[in-house]
Write a protein that binds this ligand. Structure first.
Ligand SMILES: Cc1cc2nc3c(=O)[nH]c(=O)nc-3n(C[C@H](O)[C@H](O)[C@H](O)COP(=O)(O)OP(=O)(O)OC[C@H]3O[C@@H](n4cnc5c(N)ncnc54)[C@H](O)[C@@H]3O)c2cc1C
Length: 340
C-alpha cells in the first residue's frame, strides 16, 4: 500500500487525499488549523464558467472540470454519507445595455459549438422570480454553472476520506509521498524558497444570508456573485483586495457589496446576515492552478493556485495529480507548471 501525506486540509488537499484513498493509498492529511481553515472555509462556492468565446486550453480544462464535477461530488456523498451541496442550477446575468445584449447573443452562438452541446447559454426576457434587475429587460442565462456549499463540501470530503481509511490530523510525521496543498501561505513559502514570485494571497470578503432558494440559478453581476445553497442559505461575494494587513477581517467594502446585492436582487432586502467572512485566495503568478513535482525534492508535489475557481478545479486537479503519482501518467497541462 502506498503512503501519502497531504499538507493542507483545504479543497485542494482534501480532494487529492480522497482521490488517493479511492485508489487504495494509505492517506494522512496534516493541517495545524484543521479542515477548511483557509480559503476553503468560505461561503460562496460558485462553479461558474468563463464566457464561451476566445477559446483556449484553460477554458477547455475548465469546461472539463465543470462537466465532471457532478460525478465527483456524487461519489464523495456516496462514500461519506454526507451532502456536499453540489447542484447544476445555472446562472443568470443582467444585461445593462444594447452592447451587452449583442455580446450575450454572440456568446450564445459560440456556446453551441464550444460547449459541445453539453450546456447552453441563452438570452431571454427578465421577469422570472429571483431574476436580477436588468436595465434592458433581458438577461443572459446558462445551465453549465453549478454551485457547491464550501461549508458542506469540506466536511463531506473529510467524511468520505475517513470512511476510506484516511486520517485528518493537526500534527504528524511526514510519511511516504508528500503533497503540499498549503494555499496562500504555501505560495509565499515557495516564492521565498525559489527566490522568484511563485504566488501570493489575495483577500476576499463574503457573507452568508438567511435566504432560501435552493433551486434558483445563481446571479452574477460585475463584482457580485449570489449563490443559493442547498441548505437554505445564500452566499454572497466577493471583494478582491491586494493590500491588506488582516486577511480575515471584514469592513465597509463588504457592506457596499451587501447594498449592491439588494439593488441587484431586491428580494434580499430583509434577508438576515448570518455571518461575514474573509479569507485569502491562493493566487499563483500564472493566475491558474499550480500542479507539479517540487523541483529537486523527490517524492514531493505541489497542488495549489485555485485562486477564484479553486472549488471548480480541485477535483480535476486531484485526479490528474493522482494519475501522475500512482500511475506515472503525466496528463497535467503545461499551463499548470510552477511559474517560471
Ligand atoms: C471571498 C472568496 C470567495 C471565493 N469564491 C469562490 C467561488 O465562488 N468559487 C470557487 O471555485 N472558488 C472561490 N474562491 C476560491 C477558493 O476558495 C480557493 O481557490 C480554494 O479554497 C483554495 O483551496 P486550497 O485548498 O488551495 O487552499 P486553502 O483552502 O487556503 O487551504 C490551505 C490549507 O493549508 C493549511 N496550511 C498552511 N500552511 C500549512 C503547513 N505548513 N502545513 C499544513 N497545512 C498548512 C491551511 O491551514 C489551510 O487550511 C473564493 C475565495 C474567497 C477568499
Amino acid at each position: 500500500m502506498t503512503d501519502l501525506t497531504v499538507l493542507g486540509a483545504g479543497i485542494f488537499g482534501l480532494s487529492v487525499a480522497y482521490e488517493a484513498a479511492k485508489r487504495g493509498a494509505r492517506v494522512q492529511v496534516i493541517d495545524p488549523h484543521g479542515p477548511g481553515a483557509g480559503a476553503s472555509g468560505g461561503v460562496v462556492g460558485a462553479l461558474a464558467p468563463h464566457a464561451p468565446e476566445n477559446w483556449k486550453p484553460a477554458k477547455a480544462l475548465q469546461l472539463q472540470a465543470l462537466l465532471s464535477a457532478g460525478a465527483f461530488w456524487r461519489g464523495v456523498e456516496a462514500a461519506g454519507g454526507q451532502p456536499a451541496g453540489w447542484a447544476r442550477t445555472g446562472r443568470v446575468q443582467p444585461l445593462k445595455d444594447a452592447r451587452a445584449v449583442e455580446l450575450a447573443q454572440a456568446r450564445a452562438l459560440e456556446a453551441e459549438s464550444l460547449w459541445q452541446g453539453q450546456a447552453r447559454w441563452f438570452v431571454r426576457e427578465a421577469g422570472r422570480p429571483l431574476d436580477p434587475q436588468s436595465p434592458t429587460g433581458l438577461v443572459a442565462q446558462d445551465d453549465l454553472t453549478a454551485r457547491i456549499h464550501p461549508r458542506m463540501a469540506v466536511p463531506a470530503l473529510v467524511a468520505a476520506l475517513t470512511r476510506l481509511g484516511g486520517e485528518v490530523l493537526r500534527t504528524g510525521d511526514l510519511r511516504g509521498t508528500v503533497v503540499h496543498a498549503t494555499g496562500a501561505a504555501g505560495l509565499r513559502e515557495l516564492s521565498e524558497t525559489f527566490g522568484r514570485p511563485i504566488g501570493r494571497g489575495e483577500k476576499g470578503q463574503a457573507a452568508l444570508l438567511a435566504f432560501s432558494a435552493p433551486e434558483a440559478p445563481q446571479v452574477y453581476a460585475p463584482g457580485l456573485h449570489l449563490v443559493f445553497h442547498a441548505d437554505g442559505t445564500t452566499g454572497l461575494g466577493s471583494t478582491s483586495e491586494r493590500d491588506y494587513d488582516d486577511p480575515e477581517s471584514t469592513d465597509a467594502r463588504l457592506e457596499a457589496l451587501l447594498e449592491l446585492a439588494v439593488q441587484t436582487l431586491p428580494a434580499l432586502k430583509d434577508a438576515r446576515v448570518i455571518s461575514r467572512w474573509a479569507g485569502e485566495r491562493p493566487r499563483a503568478a500564472t493566475r491558474t492552478v499550480c500542479l507539479a513535482p517540487w523541483p529537486g525534492r523527490e517524492g514531493h508535489y505541489i497542488a495549489n493556485g485555485g485562486f477564484k475557481t479553486g472549488f471548480a478545479m480541485a477535483p480535476l486537479a486531484a485526479g490528474l495529480l493522482c494519475d501522475l503519482i500512482f500511475e506515472g501518467r503525466d496528463a497535467i497541462p503545461a499551463a499548470w507548471a510552477l511559474p517560471a
